[in-house]
Design a protein around this ligand. Structure first.
Ligand code: MN
Length: 315
């Protein structure tokens, strides 16, 4: 995928290109392996660390239907972030150190606010090895990042029809539909289920946004994009035009640009090296800070913290 077309790239024409004012950055994700499964990671990337407070985006691709190993991620900790689990196929069981045991199906939201610290495990339900979807993190702001951990499951989310699409609102407000999911910052997360044809989506101009194809390529203001590539829009856009040739799903995330400096390492979102180093030590020492998860899955130990400042989340 090459970058967006600039005005300089196109032949001078007497009729202006209607969409030339919308500058979309296409950011190529990278492939990572997680538990033997192929994952496409589109946040963070060097070219873009965050979209609003959204700081991490992993996509379990349809290729995973062929994976020998069903999703099974043993107990691991989080701190300073919300995990957002959104499936497009399969069923996953979430268990955490709060004692929550929750199955999630496509169209539902699992939202875990880790605050000062929590641990969880996730695995595909038996007979549900074909698991597809996304896992995202939302960085918690200074005012809540040391709060008590909490978990929410939303089985029914609001949806709204727009042109040839239906938008399911996971978090925040979109086109008049408002999710009741917890939100510590001003941001939005939506799944667009698009049918054949064109749809003009309203956007909050105060937000930056990014779109990700969940299953098939589509066009954003006439430019093609596909799974594995994040289409990023700076603040200032009041709408965007999508079109597709067959039914498909698109993830839309956005938010007010997050202005607190982030240090992301392993499963932690923090501000300083000391914070991540002590969190890793606490987890490996089985400290009460993160609690324990009732599961037969193997606990994942923290790697040795970085000797130099780095940004290297892995799960
Ligand atoms: Mn996790």
């Amino acid at each position: 995928m090459s970058g967006p077309l600039k005005l300089d790239d196109v032949e001078t024409s007497s009729s202006p290109v209607e969409t030339a004012d919308v500058d979309v950055d296409f950011i190529q994700g990278r492939e990572v392996s997680l538990g033997g499964r192929r994952i496409l990671r589109t946040l963070p990337r060097r070219a873009r660390r965050t979209v609003g407070p959204w700081c991490f985006l992993d996509q379990m691709t349809p290729d995973n239907a062929l994976a020998e190993n069903p999703m099974a991620i043993g107990p691991h900790p989080h701190m300073g972030l919300q995990t957002v689990t959104w499936l497009t196929a399969g069923e996953v069981l979430h268990r955490d150190s709060l004692g929550v045991e929750q199955t999630i199906s496509p169209g539902q939201l699992n939202l875990m606010s880790s605050g000062r610290g929590v641990a969880h495990a996730e695995q595909a339900l038996p007979g549900s090895s074909h698991t597809e979807g996304v896992q995202l993190w939302v960085a918690q702001p200074e005012k809540t990042r040391f709060s008590e951990p909490a978990f929410e499951h939303h089985a029914d989310l609001p949806s709204v029809d727009i042109d040839n699409a239906t938008a399911s609102v996971m978090v925040g407000a979109f086109a008049g539909a408002i999710s009741s999911a917890r939100r510590d910052t001003n941001h939005v997360g939506v799944q667009i289920s698009a049918r054949h044809g064109q749809t003009v989506l309203p956007l909050d101009p105060a937000y930056e946004h990014a779109l990700l194809a969940l299953d098939l390529p589509f066009r954003i203001n006439g430019q093609a994009t596909a799974p594995g590539t994040l289409a990023y829009l700076r603040p200032g856009h009041a709408e965007i035009t999508l079109d597709c040739d067959e039914p498909l799903r698109i993830l839309l995330i956005g938010g007010e640009p997050f202005d607190e400096p982030l240090l992301m390492w392993w499963n932690f979102v923090a501000r300083t090296r000391d914070e991540v180093e002590s969190a890793a030590a606490d987890w490996n020492a089985h400290s009460d800070k993160f609690g324990s998860v009732a599961t037969e899955l193997e606990r994942i130990e923290a790697p040795i913290p970085p000797s130099t400042r780095s940004v290297r989340p892995t799960q």
